[in-house]
Design a protein around this ligand. Structure first.
Ligand SMILES: [Zn+2]
Ligand SMILES: [Zn+2]
Length: 249
C-alpha cells in the first residue's frame, strides 16, 4: 500500500476508528448508540417546562388562569417581571444536571442547551445581559466551578448577547439551600445578594433586559432575592432557569 493509499484508507475509515476508541453513547444514561446523542428512553423523560404558568413566577396554573398572576404573586409580587424555565427538573434532565454539578460531566447539559437554542434565540436579544446567580465562595472553591456562570457563557454564545458575573455579588456564607425549609431559605437569603454599585456605574450595555440565570428553581426564593438586589439598576429584571421543579415530580 502506498502512502497516498494508506492516507485515503485512513480518511475513509476515520469515523469507524473513532467509534472504536470512543464508542458513541447516550449522553444521559451512557447506553451504546449509533451516534452520540440521546436514547429514546431518555428522550421520552425530557419535558420542556409547561406553557400554562404564572408569567411572573413560573408556577404552573390551569389553562384558564394562565398567564396569571397567581395568588402568590398577587399577594407578594416578586422583584422580577417574568420567569422562564427551559425544562422540568425530572428524568434525564435531573440526571444531566446532577452529573454536571457533582461529577463535572457537562455532556448532557450541553445537549439540553443546544436543543433549546431556537427557543433561547426567540427569548433573548443581543442587547440583553445574562447574570449568573452568584455562588457562595466556599462552594465555588469546593467544586472549582461556577455553574451558573458556565450556563450564562453557553447561552450567551448561542444568542450572541452579553453575560457578566461582576454585576451581582454574594455576601456572607450561607448554609446549603436544599437542606432548609422554605421559610428558613427566605430568612437566609434576605441579605445574601448585593449589587456591585461601582462596577454597575461603569457599564454601558444597559439598553436591554437583565436576565438572572439559575440552574434549578425550586421555591423561587433565591431568584426573588437576587432580582430584588438588581432592582436598584432601574433596568427590567427577568429570570431564566435551565430547569424548575414542579410539585409532585
Ligand atoms: Zn439514555
Ligand atoms: Zn406567580
Amino acid at each position: 500500500m502506498t502512502k497516498a493509499q494508506a492516507s485515503q484508507w485512513f480518511q475513509q475509515n476515520l469515523q469507524k476508528l473513532r467509534h472504536q476508541v470512543f464508542p458513541p453513547i447516550c449522553l444521559f444514561c451512557q447506553k451504546p448508540l449509533e451516534v452520540d446523542g440521546c436514547c429514546a428512553i431518555c428522550l421520552a423523560s425530557i419535558r420542556p417546562f409547561p406553557h400554562d404558568i404564572c408569567r411572573q413566577c413560573a408556577a404552573p396554573l390551569s389553562q384558564v388562569l394562565a398567564p396569571g398572576p397567581c395568588g402568590q404573586c398577587l399577594n407578594h409580587a416578586p422583584a422580577q417581571l417574568e420567569t422562564y424555565a427551559l425544562y422540568r427538573y425530572q428524568g434525564a434532565v435531573r440526571d444531566a444536571i446532577l452529573a454536571w454539578k457533582l461529577q463535572g460531566d457537562d455532556a448532557g447539559v450541553s445537549w439540553l442547551i443546544e436543543s433549546a437554542t431556537p427557543y433561547l434565540r426567540r427569548l433573548l436579544h443581543e442587547q440583553d445581559t445574562l447574570i449568573p446567580i452568584p455562588m457562595p465562595l466556599s462552594r465555588m472553591r469546593q467544586h472549582g466551578q461556577h455553574h451558573t456562570a458556565n450556563l450564562c457563557h453557553w447561552m450567551a454564545e448561542k444568542v450572541a448577547c452579553h453575560w457578566d458575573w461582576h454585576i451581582l455579588r454574594r455576601q456572607g456564607e450561607q448554609v446549603r439551600q436544599s437542606a432548609l425549609s422554605a421559610q428558613q431559605r427566605r430568612k437566609n437569603l434576605r441579605k445574601a445578594f448585593v449589587l456591585n454599585q461601582d462596577y454597575w456605574a461603569k457599564q454601558h450595555h444597559t439598553q436591554g433586559k437583565l436576565w438572572l440565570v439559575d440552574d434549578i428553581i425550586t421555591t423561587g426564593s433565591t431568584v426573588n432575592f437576587a432580582a430584588k438586589a438588581l432592582r436598584a439598576t432601574g433596568v427590567p429584571v427577568y429570570v431564566l432557569s435551565l430547569s424548575k421543579t414542579i410539585q409532585g415530580d
